[in-house]
Write a protein that binds this ligand. Structure first.
Ligand SMILES: *[C@@H]1O[C@H](CO)[C@@H](O)[C@H](O)[C@H]1NC(C)=O
Ligand SMILES: *[C@@H]1O[C@H](CO)[C@@H](O)[C@H](O)[C@H]1NC(C)=O
Ligand SMILES: *[C@@H]1O[C@H](CO)[C@@H](O)[C@H](O)[C@H]1NC(C)=O
Ligand SMILES: *[C@@H]1O[C@H](CO)[C@@H](O)[C@H](O)[C@H]1NC(C)=O
Ligand SMILES: *[C@@H]1O[C@H](CO)[C@@H](O)[C@H](O)[C@H]1NC(C)=O
Length: 404
């Protein structure tokens, strides 16, 4: 009995495997439609433009009433600008990038000012799952251009991966490297869960934030590693209910709420938790930053908990007087109201003397700042804290001595 049911299972799985190996683009198996980019003309040679094949696989998967999977196998696929549009006829479209590498054109002028290299728009129910998949934005040429004297001729560049006006998204196991601009952007989205994400770019690469979030709610980032030339995670206006846990950052500019307050009318940032994070040789650790311009925006209910700082220049910083080159904001003050920000169990070393710096708006002083069990040293000595228009409390061991 046991034996025969075993062989039955074997036969069944063989049939399944054969069904999966069928060359026709769609194969129905257990209520899922499968689409293979290689059956639609994609070439894993890293040279042939496979954009059409990917878009065609996506269009079929998106049109499917049943849940659908787009399969990207091992190999390197060259893709130009591609927008994967919804809404789809199903609420569970999967992009399975097994061990595939997607590369952008090596000539940065091709994407130039395209906005996003790859983006998903108006998709509700998406699973991008990968084991060792890579997105390679090939940004080095553009970074060099921007670092050269004639940099005014350089295009802006493209964000590698965008999620726009979408919801119910899971992204896992993906490495994004050498993006031309921001690696991943989440804008106008609800319920996005990213885990096991890695971002890798040179410390000197300009504007290559790891993940940027804006106008989005219920976002989770777990178990992810960032090393890049700008913010590891940047949290823009209109971000509500964000949870970041078990991440490492470095090199990079830290995890940053902001820049806020560029616009006069701006939605606020609310309910952000950053928990269990390690910052190594970064410019900032946990930062809140706003332009010194009038604005209706705010940042409130923010918790930074269990962070380790290793030679971080500004481990804890609020900067409300951001105005690079004194352009577009001279003699103005920030309208952003910062309230209820807690720093709990933040330990490690600062690479500068001032490890805690609250430089708040003279018009809207920071309120409800809490320091709890903070210990940051500078060259094996106690570090310093600096406060300007900041109000709050300290509890537990707090080193440097609180200036609140
Ligand atoms: C492939 O699929 C087609 C249609 O779905 C079917 O007619 C054909 O028998 C299949 N071939 C194999 C080898 O499974
Ligand atoms: C499947 O496609 C490959 C390459 O496109 C081809 O070599 C092979 O003969 C096809 N197999 C079947 C069963 O059609
Ligand atoms: C996403 O797809 C992967 C691989 O198919 C699967 O293991 C995972 O459970 C899926 N996640 C969700 C939320 O559907
Ligand atoms: C996303 O939605 C906003 C607000 O409805 C709209 O203004 C914007 O054009 C949309 N973006 C895209 C790319 O569809
Ligand atoms: C804050 O966000 C978390 C998810 O990040 C959520 O679980 C919690 O309910 C939110 N709190 C409030 C008061 O909305």
């Amino acid at each position: 009995m046991a034996k025969s049911s075993c062989s039955l299972i074997l036969i069944l799985s063989c049939v399944l495997v054969f069904a999966f190996m069928n060359n026709s683009s769609a194969v129905a198996s257990s209520g899922i439609n499968n689409y293979r980019v290689v059956n639609l003309g994609a070439k894993p040679d890293g040279k042939t433009d496979s954009t059409k094949a990917f878009l065609s696989a996506w269009d079929k998967a998106c049109a499917s009433v049943k849940p659908a999977v787009v399969h990207v196998p091992r190999g390197t696929f060259l893709l130009g600008n591609a927008i994967f549009r919804g809404p789809c006829n199903n609420k569970a479209t999967t992009f399975r990038i097994s061990e595939g590498t997607l590369v952008a054109p090596s000539d940065y002028r091709v994407l130039g000012n395209a906005g996003n290299w790859l983006s998903f728009q108006d998709v509700h129910g998406l699973n991008i799952s990968s084991s060792n998949g890579i997105l390679d934005g090939q940004g080095t040429g553009l970074w060099d251009c921007k670092a050269s004297p004639g940099k005014s001729n350089c295009p802006t560049g493209a964000i590698s991966l965008g999620f726009v006006n979408s919801s119910n998204i899971v992204v896992s196991g993906l490495l994004s490297r050498n993006s031309q601009l921001v690696h991943i952007i989440i804008r106008g989205c609800h319920n996005v869960n990213m885990h096991g994400i890695r971002v890798s770019a040179s410390e000197k690469s300009p504007n290559t934030d790891g993940i940027h979030i804006q106008m989005s709610s219920d976002i989770t980032i777990l178990n992810s590693d960032f090393s890049t030339g700008d913010d590891c995670v940047s949290i823009g206006p209109g971000t509500v209910n964000l949870w970041i846990e078990k991440v490492t950052c470095g090199p990079g500019h830290g995890i940053s709420v902001g820049s806020l307050g560029w616009e006069m009318q701006e939605p606020g940032v609310q309910n952000v938790t950053v928990k269990t994070a390690t910052f190594k040789n970064t410019l900032n650790g946990v930062r809140i930053k706003s332009w010194s311009r009038p604005s209706t925006g705010f940042a409130r209910h923010i918790l930074f908990q269990h962070a380790v700082m290793v030679d971080v220049k500004n481990p804890i910083i609020i900067d409300q007087n951001y105005c690079p080159n004194n352009k577009d904001c001279p003699r103005q003050v920030s309208g952003i109201e910062i309230t209820d920000v807690t720093y709990q169990d933040i330990q490690g070393t600062s690479a500068t003397e001032v490890a805690v710096n609250f430089d708040c708006s003279s018009k809207n002083p920071c309120t409800g700042i809490r320091l709890e069990d903070v210990k940051l040293t500078y060259q094996n000595q106690p570090s310093e804290a600096s406060c300007s228009h900041a109000d709050g409390t300290a509890a537990g061991i707090v080193q440097p001595t609180s200036c609140l």
